[in-house]
Design a protein around this ligand. Structure first.
Ligand code: MNI
Length: 477
C-alpha cells in the first residue's frame, strides 16, 4: 500500500514525531455485561463485503458464524453499518434496513456474542465517483455517506492507482470539508449524522447484545488535519452524536476514534474529552486502529520492517493508553481494527505481538476482517489461513470483577482478578479443544460448569480476599 505509506510519511513529517508520551498510570477499565462482569472482547470485523452490497448486509451466513465460533471461540463482532443505508433520503430512516441489521444481531445474540455497530466510511461516500466504486469495482473506494450528503462543489475526483489516494482528490477533500462544515456551507450534515445515529440507537437501546456504537470509522478531516481537526470538528461531532444517542439510549458504550491517518501508524492523537451526559459512570470507549507502515513495505514482520513495526506498536500503545487513560478519563479500549496479509513473513509473530499488547492493555480486539482471503481466517475455498490457529487460544470472556493480569498458551490459562462481591454471575473462560481435549484442572476457584461443546468453563472465586488467581490446565496435567 504505497499510497498509505506516502500519506502516512507526509503526516509524520507534518506532525514531527512518533508518539512519545509514556502511556498512562490509569488502570484499564472494561465494558461490562448486564451481570456486571468485565468483558474481554475478541472477534472480527464483519465485513468489508457490506460496504458495496445493495442491501448493506455482509456476505456472511449463520453457518459462517457457527464455523468462526467453533474454530476460534470469538465473543465479539464489529459489525459494519452505513449512513447511506440508515438515512437514504434526508430525515428518512430506513426501518427495513434496521430490521436486517437487527436480524443479523440476533444471530450473534443466540450465540452469546456482543456486538459493536460501526458506522463505516472509507473515502467519504460511494458518490465520489459516478460508478460508486472508484471505477475499478473494488468496492472499497468510497462508501459511507449518502449521495445527498456528498457535496464536492464540482471539484475533480480522478482515477487513482490505489484506494487510499482518493482521499486527497480535490472533490473528496471538499466533500469532507463540507461534512465538517469547515466551509461554513453545510451545518446540516453533522446534524443529520447525529440524528441518523439516534435512529440506530433508538432501535438497539433495549438490545443487550449491542453493547457499543463506534461513531465513525477512520475519520478524515479533509483539509483540516491533526490536532486541530481532532480537537475541533471531530470532537464536536462526537459530542453532538453522543448527546443525540443519550436521548434514547442510556446504557450502550459510545466509542470514539482518533483521525486514522497517522494515528493508525503510531503518531499521537490530539483528540479531546467527550462528556457523557448519562447519569452515573460515563460510558465512552476508545476504539483506535493499528496499521504499522513498515508492514506495507511488503517485507512482512521480519528484519528492519520488524524492528520498525515494534517501534510503531510501542509508540502506538503509549499514546492509546494516554488518550484512554488521561484524556478521555480512564475509558475502556477496543482495538477496532488490526490485521495484515497472513501470507507475509512473520505474520504469526506479528499477530501474537499485537494480541499480547491488547491483553496487557485490557483492550478488546476486532480483527480486520472476516472476509474470505489472505487477510482473513478462511480463503474463498473454505480452507483455513494461519489466523485460525493464531487466534484460537484460551481467554477469559467475562470476569466477575476486574481482571488485573492474565496470560494463556494453548493449554494453560492464568487469570488474576479483583473479585466484585456484587457480581453473582460466574467468570467465563474459553478453552480451545486443541489444548483441552478432555477434562479441566482448575486451581484457585470452584468450577461451576465445563461444557466441552461450547468450550466454555465457568468458575467462581472466593470473594473474601482482595485478589484471586485462577489457573486452568488440562485434567491430569
Ligand atoms: O490504510 C488505511 C487508510 C489509509 C489511508 C487513509 N487516509 C489517506 C485518510 C485512511 C486509512 N486504513 C486501513 C484499513 N481500514 C479500512 C476499513 O476501515 C480497511 O479497508 C483498510 O485496510
Amino acid at each position: 500500500m504505497a499510497g498509505s505509506l506516502a500519506l502516512g510519511a507526509g503526516v509524520a513529517a507534518a506532525q514531527g514525531s512518533l508518539a512519545s508520551s509514556g502511556g498512562s498510570d490509569v488502570a484499564p477499565s472494561y465494558i461490562t455485561d448486564d451481570d456486571g462482569r468485565s468483558l474481554i472482547l475478541r472477534g472480527f470485523n464483519t465485513a468489508s463485503s457490506a460496504k458495496s452490497a445493495p442491501d448493506g448486509m455482509p456476505d456472511f451466513t449463520e453457518a459462517d458464524l457457527d464455523r468462526e465460533q467453533a474454530d476460534m471461540g470469538t465473543n465479539f463482532v464489529r459489525f459494519l453499518i452505513s449512513w447511506r443505508s440508515v438515512e437514504p433520503a434526508p430525515g428518512q430512516y430506513d426501518q427495513a434496513y434496521l430490521d436486517r441489521v437487527e436480524d443479523r444481531v440476533s444471530w450473534y445474540a443466540e450465540r452469546g456474542y456482543k456486538v459493536m455497530l460501526d458506522m463505516h466510511q472509507d473515502v467519504y461516500s460511494g458518490a465520489i465517483t459516478p460508478a460508486g466504486d472508484g471505477g475499478n469495482g473494488a468496492g472499497n473506494i468510497g462508501n459511507g455517506a449518502p449521495a445527498w450528503a456528498t457535496f464536492m462543489d464540482g471539484l475533480a475526483v480522478k482515477p487513482q492507482p490505489r484506494w487510499e489516494l482518493y482521499y486527497i482528490q480535490p472533490g473528496v477533500m471538499r466533500a469532507f470539508d463540507n461534512f465538517w462544515n469547515t466551509t461554513g456551507k453545510h451545518p446540516e450534515l453533522v446534524e443529520h449524522y447525529a440524528n441518523a445515529w439516534q435512529a440506530v440507537a433508538e432501535r438497539f437501546a433495549g438490545n443487550d447484545t449491542v453493547v457499543a456504537y463506534d461513531l465513525m470509522n477512520e475519520p478524515f478531516g479533509g483539509s483540516m488535519q491533526g490536532p486541530s481537526f481532532e480537537a475541533g470538528p471531530l470532537a464536536a461531532m462526537y459530542q453532538r452524536t453522543t448527546n443525540a444517542i443519550r436521548q434514547v439510549d442510556q446504557d450502550s458504550w459510545v466509542c470514539v476514534a482518533p483521525q486514522a491517518i497517522g494515528v493508525n501508524q503510531g503518531l499521537s492523537s490530539g483528540l479531546t474529552k467527550i462528556n457523557d451526559p448519562r447519569a452515573g459512570e460515563q460510558r465512552i470507549a476508545y476504539c483506535p486502529h493499528l496499521y504499522p507502515l513498515p508492514l506495507d513495505l511488503g517485507d512482512g514482520y521480519s528484519g528492519l520492517s520488524r524492528t520498525l513495526t515494534d517501534a510503531t506498536i510501542t509508540a502506538w500503545r503509549a499514546d492509546i493508553e494516554h488518550v484512554a487513560g488521561d484524556v478521555l478519563g480512564g475509558v475502556p479500549i477496543i482495538i477496532g481494527e488490526i490485521g495484515l496479509d497472513t501470507t507475509l513473513p512473520g505474520a504469526t509473530d506479528y499477530i501474537d505481538r499485537v494480541y499480547t499488547n491488547a491483553r496487557e492493555m485490557g483492550a478488546g480486539v476486532a480483527y480486520w476482517s472476516s472476509d474470505p482471503g489472505p487477510w482473513g481466517p478462511y480463503l474463498p475455498d473454505g480452507s483455513q489461513t494461519l489466523l485460525v490457529d493464531s487466534l484460537n487460544k484460551p481467554y477469559p470472556r467475562a470476569v466477575a470483577g476486574t481482571p488485573t493480569e492474565w496470560s494463556s498458551t494453548v493449554d494453560r490459562l492464568q487469570l488474576t482478578l479483583t473479585p466484585d462481591p456484587a457480581v453473582t454471575a460466574p467468570t467465563e473462560i474459553y478453552l480451545p479443544e486443541s489444548g483441552f481435549p478432555g477434562g479441566v484442572k482448575v486451581e484457585g476457584a470452584d468450577v461451576v460448569n465445563w461444557d466441552r461443546d461450547s468450550r466454555l468453563l465457568t468458575v467462581r472465586t472466593a470473594t473474601g480476599a482482595p485478589t484471586a488467581t485462577v489457573t486452568v490446565t488440562p485434567a491430569g496435567s
